[in-house]
Design a protein around this ligand. Structure first.
Ligand code: SAH
Length: 471
């Protein structure tokens, strides 16, 4: 087999990043934009020793899971990988991914029996993201374009809208293009490091309707500010959206470094305030351009509500929230707990967590900066990090990054013997690895739920309840 060969094959399975898998001549062939059940003619684009990559040239017979993509650029764009698959089938893929990991890696015989629910977005997997980041470029006629990077590349695929973002983005994209073209604003060139506008970031509070527009510029000084605000206002005045949107904040983030990082360190006000507010449940959050905030607020509410339910708090418990980020889960739990202790490695996130606690007048949440695995040991030895004695937790919640929990933290959890442990996970493989360790050390799997936080991608989240086998 060599590059540019055409082969015919049946798509049998899907990879963790959403690519179809089939076989040909004893080799695994990965075919992007195919669906399980498709029979396709594929063009080979890359050949390795035991596998190869192909692109769909023609669909010979269609999988019954296929749908017309809602997005005109989904094949070129490096974002969504599942736009061509029906939503029910997408949820099934995600559920199976979790079940397979629990079986294969976790050594759990019949994980299906513990599955409580697969929580999808509802009838439509669209318009769920509250934050968008568009790189800016020029087309061949010199007109400004905003879009997304193509897969594994930095060439911009121009868009006028994005199906997974809030519908207001369509109007903001148009406003920014107008602002650039009318004022001859240059765009950033990654090769030369020259040009003014790099990216545009938007955030919408789904509960409040508050909008932030942030332009990321390759200059210490913002320019054409008034023109920017008037272009945005003009676009908003014409906007037809389901819910009312109120412009609250226009800011410029300064990034003069030659880097792939989107945001620089400094953000300056252009118009209005420097933050928007939003709610998850009844907890209020203040969100600035640089703040971390969950991108799918509707599903986050459902996921964290389930975590709260699994924690089964009566008001007398001390709870640890490990890997707490900006304290979303901690603040959510605090109203039902005696005390919540949040631990997080990023100092800025802990500052936000403390501010959010104040904003909501929550007094029984305490936050520590540090590695969860290290702070946990200190807390247990009674030292605290500020010389106060912290009680042994009754319930432990963890929400680690994709690499899962550090083994040292798991060992501490095993030693502490909490009544319950709630594991919120964004990676089923590391979740399964960690559950295996916990189950070999006195914990029972009670139940779990699967949540679709990132529709149209293969990412999947879970909430798991573990209890002590001896209680
Ligand atoms: N529940 C949080 C998000 C958790 S995401 C929220 O809603 O804000 C995982 C978090 O773990 C990230 O904030 C990351 O910065 C943090 N993290 C990564 N490694 C860590 C470690 N070793 N100890 C503590 N926190 C860590």
């Amino acid at each position: 087999m060599k590059k540019n060969d055409f082969i015919e094959l049946e798509i049998e399975d899907v990879t963790d990043d959403g690519s179809g898998i089939g076989h040909y001549d004893g080799m695994a062939i990965f075919v992007k934009d195919s669906a399980v059940g498709d029979r396709v003619k594929a063009r080979i684009v890359k050949v390795k020793k035991h596998y190869a990559f192909g692109r769909v040239e023609e669909i010979i017979s269609e999988s019954h899971n296929r749908v017309e993509s809602a997005c005109p650029v989904s094949r070129q764009c490096g974002g969504c990988t599942l736009q061509h698959i029906g939503y029910e089938a997408e949820l099934e893929l995600k559920k199976n991914r979790v079940i397979n990991c629990l079986k294969r890696i976790g050594g759990i015989d019949n994980p299906e029996e513990y599955l409580e629910e697969v929580v999808g977005l509802g009838s439509s997997p669209e318009r769920y993201r509250n934050k968008m980041q568009f790189p800016v470029g020029k087309d061949k006629d010199g007109m400004t374009v905003l879009g997304f990077y193509a897969g594994h590349s930095h060439s911009i695929i121009p868009v006028e809208d994005c199906m997974i973002g809030h519908e207001i983005n369509r109007y903001i994209i148009a406003a920014i293009k107008k602002w650039c073209d009318e004022n001859k604003i240059s765009v950033y060139d990654e090769e030369t490091g020259k040009g003014f506008l790099r990216h545009v970031l938007t955030r919408v509070g789904f509960q409040t309707g508050e909008l932030m527009v942030c332009v990321i510029i390759n200059n210490k000084k913002m320019k054409f500010s008034e023109e920017l605000v008037s272009c945005i206002n003009e676009a908003l005045s014409k906007a037809e959206t389901k819910d009312a949107i109120i412009l609250k904040s226009v800011v410029a983030n300064i990034n003069t470094e030659k880097t792939n990082k989107i945001l620089g360190e400094e953000t300056v006000p252009v118009w209005g305030q420097e933050y928007i507010t939003d709610y998850i449940g009844d907890v209020q959050f203040r969100i600035s351009a640089q703040s971390f905030y969950q991108v799918n607020p509707v599903q986050t509410y459902r996921l964290y509500s389930r975590a709260l339910e699994y924690a089964n708090l009566t008001g007398n418990e001390t709870v640890w929230d490990m890997y707490c980020g900006i304290g979303t889960i901690s603040l959510f739990l605090a109203k039902n707990a005696k005390k919540v202790i949040g631990v997080e490695i990023v100092p800025q996130a802990i500052q936000d967590a403390k501010q959010n606690a104040d904003l909501n007048a929550i007094k029984n949440a305490k936050f520590y900066v540090g590695k969860a695995e290290e702070v946990a040991t200190e807390l247990l030895s009674g030292k605290g990090t500020d010389d106060t004695y912290e009680e042994v937790p009754d319930v432990i919640v963890v929400d680690p990054p994709r690499k899962g929990c550090d083994e040292k933290l798991l060992n501490t959890v095993i030693k502490v013997k909490p009544n319950r442990m709630v594991y919120v996970s964004c990676d089923p493989a590391t979740l399964a690895r960690d559950l295996k360790i916990l189950m070999a050390n006195g914990f029972n799997l009670e139940k779990f739920s699967v949540f679709d936080q990132f529709s149209r991608s293969m990412h999947v989240e879970c909430a798991v309840l573990m209890s002590r086998a001896d209680r």
